[in-house]
Design a protein around this ligand. Structure first.
Ligand code: G
Ligand code: G
Ligand code: MN
Ligand code: NA
Length: 256
């Protein structure tokens, strides 16, 4: 059986996905500020398959739309549980693939969905990459504006690796910017270039009113060096790995 066939079968049964949650902490106060939802495929034989091994396949095969729907279902049920258990929730970031973002009526559909579930849009951050807006800048901005008007927040993911001009940062209705992990990794080698890039992106983004996230922070050295720049939030294995919804529940409880 090919992995694609197995993915298709799993999505038909609708029983194989689990979400993990990776916390984002304030660089200054250490407070838990939000979490990124990261999908895994609980495979009966292969075990827990990371998204890097099936998201690209789903994007190539058209399965990303049903997959994206089921990811939303999972996140909605996890947030609902946190709400029902009385935990003060933190915003949850959901990664979007291009095909989801470009679906006709996406902003309205998604707004209906969260509203029906009783989840305020302010609790949801959509992560998307610069490359998704490439060549279709105006239409993309219209969708972002629609999401923003409905109360959702936007994070620019993997920032610094795409091709968009810094100019568009001025107008994009985003609330945060995530500096790509590749720049953070380079801090360990004391590369002057990557320090300059982090400093420049961070100060520009903050100047524009965006929350600045450093992602992929793995070491104390990186954490220390990031204190020199306009970094608001830290995400990475150094502070916390992606964890099960249960483990994240425990973390929420310790914070409040
Ligand atoms: O965990 P890993 O490094 O394998 O993640 C690989 C990629 O999968 C990342 O780029 C991440 O953004 C993406 N990804 C993780 N969860 C989701 C999801 O729920 N939906 C989409 N579209 N992409 C995801
Ligand atoms: O493309 P995106 O930024 O959404 O990808 C997020 C991915 O990065 C997730 O798969 C997550 O597991 C991974 N990740 C999170 N923190 C770290 C880290 O500190 N180091 C590495 N190598 N990967 C990380
Ligand atoms: Mn992401
Ligand atoms: Na990223």
């Amino acid at each position: 059986l090919s992995l694609e066939t197995e993915l298709r079968d799993m999505l038909e049964r609708g029983d194989g996905l689990v979400m993990h949650y990776q916390p984002l902490f304030s660089r200054d106060s250490g407070q838990l500020k939000s979490a990124e939802a990261l999908v895994r495929w609980q495979h009966p034989v292969r075990g827990l398959i990371p998204p890097g091994e099936f998201i690209p396949l789903a994007e190539r095969s058209g399965l990303i739309l049903p997959l994206g729907e089921q990811i939303l279902d999972r996140v909605i049920s996890d947030i609902t549980r946190w709400q029902n258990e009385g935990q003060a929730p933190v915003p949850v970031a959901i990664n979007l693939s291009a095909a989801q973002f470009w679906q006709a009526g996406f902003a309205d559909d998604i707004a209906d969905r969260f509203s029906a579930a009783g989840i305020p849009p302010e609790l949801i951050i959509f992560e998307l990459t610069e490359s998704m807006l490439l060549n279709k800048h105006d239409q993309g901005m219209a969708i972002l504006t629609a999401l923003n008007e409905r109360g959702f927040r936007i994070a620019l993911d993997d920032f610094g690796t795409g091709y968009s001009s810094l100019n568009y940062l001025q107008n994009i209705p985003a609330h945060s910017l995530k500096i790509d992990r590749s720049f953070i990794v380079a801090l360990d080698n004391n590369t002057r270039g990557s320090r300059a890039i982090i400093a420049a992106i961070a100060s520009l983004a903050r100047e524009l009113g965006l929350i600045v996230v450093a992602e992929g922070v793995e070491t104390q050295k990186q954490w220390d060096q990031l204190g020199e720049y306009a970094i608001d939030l830290i995400q990475g294995f150094y502070t916390a790995r992606p964890m099960t919804a249960d483990a994240f529940t425990t973390l929420l409880n310790t914070q409040h």
